[in-house]
Design a protein around this ligand. Structure first.
Ligand code: MCN
Ligand code: FES
Ligand code: FES
Length: 910
């Protein structure tokens, strides 16, 4: 043991350590300074940054034994408080830098050292500093963070005050403003607990879980021997499939009757087969994490390895065995059949092009690994706290598999450090639920980054084949498609995802005749989970590149080609599903974008002319149009409640799960916009969110549906309350008056997208979404000709999300999505199970991979008839099609047409 004296946040602390612990472990486990977060645990993300003797230090890879006695250690808890924020913390709140907030403490500590050494940095110096210190953020696209540091520096230099940075509402109005999110200050001061932090507060008898996981991708299980492991220190119980009280399956809630599977294909703990690398085979529950992990290694699994089909073409080969015996590997097909037969049009049209494109297995890469804990609550309910972004949905998916009655299961959402959609699927909910049921004790499971990356679902690759026909003037006559989705071994939502290809291939363009076939394929690679954009990135990877190829073939400017073919009311344009869009806003949107496109073209030409770089680089501009629907297919709905409290505040109850996108500020703003008629200010509105035991079913926070669905439900609940409070003279009753008159205090707001209809199973014709969002991407890229290395030097996005509910949230959503689009286009992948196992090796963009020059333009003159206060969603639209725009820009720069992502240097060079 080693005695250490450390000066922590100015206070001398004596510690006795065994020397093997990291500084992060000591700070978190011993001193409960949980503002220091552990993301990767391997030095790649900077979430654990603290300051040691004035230097930024990644505490996860710093052994406590190497920290000098009397070292001065500063953590986020020591630099500011909720009511007295450090200027960096204030700037972080003001610029919306804490979306999920998981990276915030690490960035702020890093920035503090920078400003101590360089009080007036340039923007490049700030970016370089964060890059050098490996600070990663997956939510913001980095620019807000640079803006915040520049502003904080001004405050520290005395040129501004903290108060100057904060938005203060006037006339009690926050809708459409930069009003701060309620969770902001807690996130930037390290006071916002995530799952790993809450685990530290669980009762002492909590068992820690370690998984025994498959290291092959496809196998029959011949036997599981736990006898040695059971004798190991600290082990309380080892759980295999035999112990699972229920059906031991997670049901994918089959969405369409034409699915050839039954939706019960995903084991909680593998019984007969392993279907993919990382599948859970057994759970060791022990007193400590270390004991659980040691015993997990001693569990012996006897496997008969089977051929692994690691991509759709392999699983579709005639000699491939059925991965789920009894269900064909190609288990779902959707056809978009609109207008006339396209075959004769393709034969006779003067212009026809065909594109083969591949959209990759993009990993989500949130900085917080997956985490959950479970226990039995005071009403005897198995209660699971997880990062679930669909608490009621997951309740229905796992209940029978665990073996509990629906009323005996409760799911609570933890504060999530980003999900980007992977948590639309349950991950470890059922495992922790089973473990607490079987052991009768609280349990906890906290993944490391390797498990996070290899166990959780991914964006399903899309193999796209798209054919377009156009007349002699460039008017599109017809589209044909033949595509398949590699959905991994588990079918949950695989049909829904494939249906998106019927909805978004060709979306935005007035195409009267479509024959587009898409199939879902079961493979042994990572199971498909929702990922921001869900089906649109695959669709536009084929559809948008085909537009670019046609424009090039015909010698028409690619921007004008899209503008001339876009949806027009005058032409009665309809979506690929044959219905009218929510609004005809695209002609205006192209008009708004046109000068920006020309400016970017001029900029690229200027850079090309400037040969100071020795002709080493070529610059080009790209364009694409991305569209996404707000909602789950068909008649989607949501519910929220509003209750008047005795202190004349209002509590809003809903299950608008928060990934980090801003469910709190969304709920607050929708409620406030209605309640302000009765004089309610934002501080008189309280939020109770995301607990199936307390809050109504508002549906999952996927499909960018919440701002529309749960925004509407929240608005309706508040309108009902306001109606009840309103007196004949136009003033409003107080709580006491409501009570005295025997009026109800709590109101249930429900909103149903009744105008929608399910898509027809044969033709995919219907009206799946009540509201859409539209984004034109205009990147400028630089290609290094010798190596094929591509850098995006500028990104303009011109968007229509209807009315903007919170400006800072929307800016943040768009910039974060642009960064993920750049990653998708150029670097991110999860294909090689040996290589793609860390944030870095999966190709996550660091600050210098994303341009500082991001230009965001919004069109707000087409309020959505069915959106709350005219709003659409905004989370996913910007990630529908930034990647084809980047590939189109590479073509513009070099003449090389890349149709497979990621467009790594070797691909571009080839
Ligand atoms: N908003 C607004 N004005 C509009 C539209 C939306 O102010 N006109 C706000 C909303 O109030 C909300 C946010 O923008 O705070 C996103 O709203 P919406 O598009 O309705 O999306 P959801 O709330 O349903 O969030 C889900 C969406 C999805 S599906 C993924 S995936 C995603 C995303 O949002 N994952 C994210 N954004 C993310 N952002 C972060 N930081 N982390 C993730 O994991
Ligand atoms: Fe320490 Fe990632 S660098 S947690
Ligand atoms: Fe940076 Fe979420 S705010 S990772």
């Amino acid at each position: 043991m080693i005695k250490k004296v450390l000066i922590i946040n100015g206070t001398e602390r004596t510690l006795v350590v065994d020397g093997s612990e990291s500084l992060a472990q000591v700070l978190r486990d011993r001193l409960l300074l949980t503002g220091c977060k552990i993301g990767c645990g391997e030095g790649h993300c900077g979430a654990c940054n603290v300051i040691v003797d004035g230097k930024v230090t990644r505490s996860c890879i710093t052994k406590i034994s190497k920290v000098a006695d009397y070292a001065k250690i500063e953590t986020i808890e020591g630099i500011g408080t909720l009511d007295n924020l450090h200027p960096l913390q204030a700037a972080w709140v003001a610029h919306g830098c804490a979306q999920c907030g998981f990276c915030s403490p690490g960035f702020i500590m890093s920035a503090k050292v920078l400003l101590e050494n360089n009080p007036s940095p340039t923007r490049e110096e700030v970016r370089d500093w964060f890059n050098k210190n490996r600070n990663l953020c997956r939510c913001t696209g980095y620019r807000p963070l640079i803006d915040a540091v520049m502003d904080a520096a001004k405050v520290l230099r005395g040129e501004k005050t903290k108060e100057d940075l904060m938005f203060v509402p006037t006339y009690n109005r926050i809708l459409g403003t930069r009003y701060e999110r309620p969770s902001g200050a807690a996130k930037v001061t390290g006071q916002w607990n995530f799952g790993a932090d809450e685990i530290k507060n669980l009762p002492e008898d909590t068992l820690q879980i370690a998984l025994v996981q498959a290291e092959v991708s496809h196998a029959n299980i011949k036997g599981i021997d736990t006898s040695e492991a059971e004798k190991m220190p600290g082990v309380a119980r080892i759980i295999t499939y035999k112990d699972v009280p229920g059906r031991n399956r997670i049901t994918g809630l089959i969405t369409f009757p034409t699915n050839k599977g039954d939706g019960w294909d995903r084991p909680i703990l593998c019984d007969e087969k392993v279907f993919q690398y990382g599948d859970a085979i057994a759970m060791v529950c022990a007193d400590t994490v270390e004991h659980a992990k040691a015993a997990a290694k001693a569990v012996k699994v006897d496997l008969e390895v089977l051929p692994a089909y690691m991509s759709a073409p392999e699983a579709m080969a005639p000699d491939a065995i059925e991965i789920h015996p009894g269900t064909p590997n190609v288990y779902y097909e959707t056809n978009c059949i609109k207008g006339d037969d396209t075959a004769p049009i393709m034969e006779s049209a003067p212009n026809v092009v065909e594109v083969e494109a591949y959209c990759s297995r993009q990993p989500h890469l949130p900085i917080e690994p997956d985490v959950a804990y479970a226990y039995t609550d005071e009403e005897g309910r198995i209660t699971i706290h997880s990062k679930s972004i669909g608490i009621h949905l997951h309740h229905a998916m796992i209940c029978e598999g665990i073996g509990v009655a629906p009323e005996k299961l409760r799911i609570v959402q933890l504060h999530a450090g980003g999900t980007f959609g992977y948590k639309f699927s349950p991950t470890i909910e059922a495992l922790t639920g089973v473990a607490t049921l079987v052991t009768g004790r609280p349990v906890a499971l906290n993944f490391n980054m390797h498990q996070m990356i290899t166990y959780t679902g991914k964006r399903s690759p899309g193999f796209m084949n798209i054919k377009l026909a156009a007349d002699e003037n460039g008017k599109i006559l017809a589209l044909e498609g033949n595509n398949y989705i590699d959905h991994g071994p588990y079918s949950e939502f695989g049909d829904l995802l494939t249906m998106r290809l019927s909805q978004f291939v060709g979306a935005g363009m007035d195409i009267k005749n479509i024959r587009n076939k898409s199939q879902t394929v079961c493979t042994n690679h990572a199971y498909g989970a929702a990922f921001r954009g869900y089906g649109a990135p695959q669709s536009f990877m084929g559809g948008d590149i085909a537009l670019d190829v046609m424009a090039a073939k015909m010698g028409i400017d690619p921007f004008e080609f899209r503008a001339m073919n876009c949806y027009k009311e005058s032409e009665g344009s309809t979506t690929p599903n044959g219905c009218k869009p929510d609004v005809y806003c695209l002609e205006d949107l192209f008009d708004l974008a046109r000068p920006k496109y020309h400016a970017n073209k001029a900029y690229a030409e200027e850079l090309n002319k400037n040969q100071s770089e020795g002709g080493k680089y070529k610059y080009g501009v790209g364009v694409s149009l991305g569209i996404y629907g707000c909602g789950l297919d068909g008649v989607d709905s949501s519910e929220a409640w509003a209750e008047l409290n005795a202190d004349n505040t209002v509590t809003i109850y809903n299950s608008w799960e928060d990934h980090g996108q801003g469910a709190d500020i969304g709920t607050l703003t929708h409620a406030h916009e209605t309640l302000r008629q009765a004089g309610f200010t934002p501080d008189r509105i309280k939020l109770v969110m995301n607990d199936t035991g307390l809050t109504p079913n508002s549906g999952p926070a996927g499909g960018s549906r919440s701002n529309v669905m749960s925004g509407n439900a929240t608005r309706v609940a508040c309108e009902l309350l306001i109606d009840a409070m309103k007196k004949a003279d136009g003033t409003f009753r107080t709580y006491d008056e409501m009570k005295a008159e025997g009026l109800a205090l709590k109101y249930e707001g429900k909103w149903v997208a009744t105008d929608c209809s399910d898509c027809d199973m044969e033709t995919a014709q219907g009206n799946p979404f009540s509201v859409y969002m539209y984004c034109i991407s205009l990147p400028v890229v630089r290609v290094e000709m010798a190596t094929g290395k591509v850098k995006v030097v500028k990104f303009t996005m011109v968007s229509d999300f209807g009315t903007i509910i919170n400006k800072i949230v929307v800016d943040g959503q768009v910039m974060g999505a642009i960064a993920q689009g750049i990653g998708l286009a150029l670097s991110e992948d999860f294909e090689d199970l040996q290589k793609h196992t860390t944030l870095q090796r999966c190709g996550i963009p660091y600050p210098n991979d994303i341009p500082d020059d991001i230009e965001l333009i919004y069109q707000e003159n087409h309020p959505r008839p069915l959106g709350p206060y005219g709003a659409a969603g905004c989370g996913e639209g910007p990630l529908a099609a930034p990647h084809p725009a980047i590939l189109n820009a590479i073509y513009n720069a070099t003449g090389a047409r890349v149709t497979k992502i990621p467009a790594r240097p070797e691909v571009v060079k080839a």
